[in-house]
Write a new protein. Structure first.
Length: 118
């Protein structure tokens, strides 16, 4: 079991930056993949970025060059640094922890709202 708590969302102007944090209730050292997803109103949840236990990263095309995912195992926290934000980045952002094995187990946070507007 993993409880995840996101923070850092808010209202920001286009071109601005935000850093989201995801604090886990247990050590993330052995969690295979941690990631950020987002869901805009009327749309499906989509992947933003993931980072493996070996710190390999993957980004959605829309996030490449603007967002950076990182993890601090000592703090059991994953971050998403978002720069050059656009109105289309407006969504609820969810943290995910995935344990991979014979079966995949996914754990989700409650989400944090990011609104990009002038």
């Amino acid at each position: 079991q993993v409880q995840l708590v996101e923070s850092g969302g808010g209202l920001v102007q286009p071109g601005g930056s935000l850093r989201l944090s995801c604090a886990a209730s247990r050590s993330i050292f052995s969690i295979d993949v941690m990631g950020w997803y987002r869901q805009a109103p009327g749309k499906q949840r989509e992947l933003v970025a993931t980072i493996t236990s070996g710190s390999s990263t993957r980004y959605a095309e829309s996030a490449k060059g603007r967002f950076t995912i990182s993890r601090d195992n000592a703090k059991n926290t994953v971050y998403l640094q978002m720069n050059s934000l656009k109105p289309e980045d407006t969504a609820v952002y969810y943290c995910n922890a995935a344990l991979l094995g014979i079966m995949r187990y996914d754990y989700w946070g409650q989400g944090t709202q990011v609104t990009v507007s002038s």
